[in-house]
Design a protein around this ligand. Sequence first.
Ligand code: PYC
Length: 314
Amino acid sequence: MLQRVQVIDSHTAGEPTRVVIAGGPDLGAGSMSVRRDRFRDEFDGFRSGIVNEPRGSDVLVGAILTEPHEADCRAGVLFFNNVSVLGMCGHATIGLAVTFAHLGWVKPGTFKLDTPVGTVEVQYHGGQSATVANVVSHRFRKCVNVAVPGIGTVTGDIAWGGNWFFLTDAPSDIPLTVGHAERLTSYAKQIRRALDDARITGADGQEIDHVELVGPAHDPNNQGRNFVFCPGGAYDRSPCGTGTSAKLACLAADGKLAPGSVWRQEGILGTVFEGRYEVVDGGIRPFITGDAYVTAEGTLLYDPADPFRQGIRS
Ligand code: PYC
């Protein structure tokens, strides 16, 4: 019998999200991190079937909704990509807000979401726009050197923005434009491999699975531009919500951006997230504002006889 899974697709500043709204597995009880581990260990085929080819692509980020564990949250959510499960995802949270509004589930106002890395608060502004008050973010280490074969020593900061990031200046000979995405990807991938080889990690030995190349904004109305290399080898089409949070944590730690001041972060397509922060215990609370558009309502069909029903895993 065909299995049916209902999804809504959206994109936030160019980066796609697919939210499962019915037909997903029951992830049982426990905190969102317990459910994340259960999803990762027992339902990896489901994850892959939602986001990977032939139904998706390497770029797609998935989200699955659950009952929240924290009573004050509207829903629990797990984010995932082409290879695994993410901690948080900023662009997808903005996509969720606009999707929830599209479904008539929320009106302009605030609601909370329970994620494996903490509670986030979402302010839906109406129309396409939402602001995410992200999890507490911080810079973990400053000016870390890593020897990258074929490139040389690369220096960067390690920061947490809901995922772990290594932030470093974009190379001077590769423009931060989408036309150079292949070269930027290859550069970031080499850094990622060198970090792994040198066992350079985030706190508690956690893997640094995102590399953020930073440079000056192209538009004088903005303050910076980035290229974010994601764990599964794709690059973020948006300015990356957790990556912008990590950047804000570094700016705050360096005293380069005052609490409440606006940082307009361009991504590689030139789309913008507006960021600001407040100081809290353990770091900063980033606020990330962006726009999302719903692109499809659909039912995915899974034939038990289909050899690729669980997607093509790389
Ligand atoms: O927006 O946080 C984000 C994100 C993480 C990976 C892709 N997008």
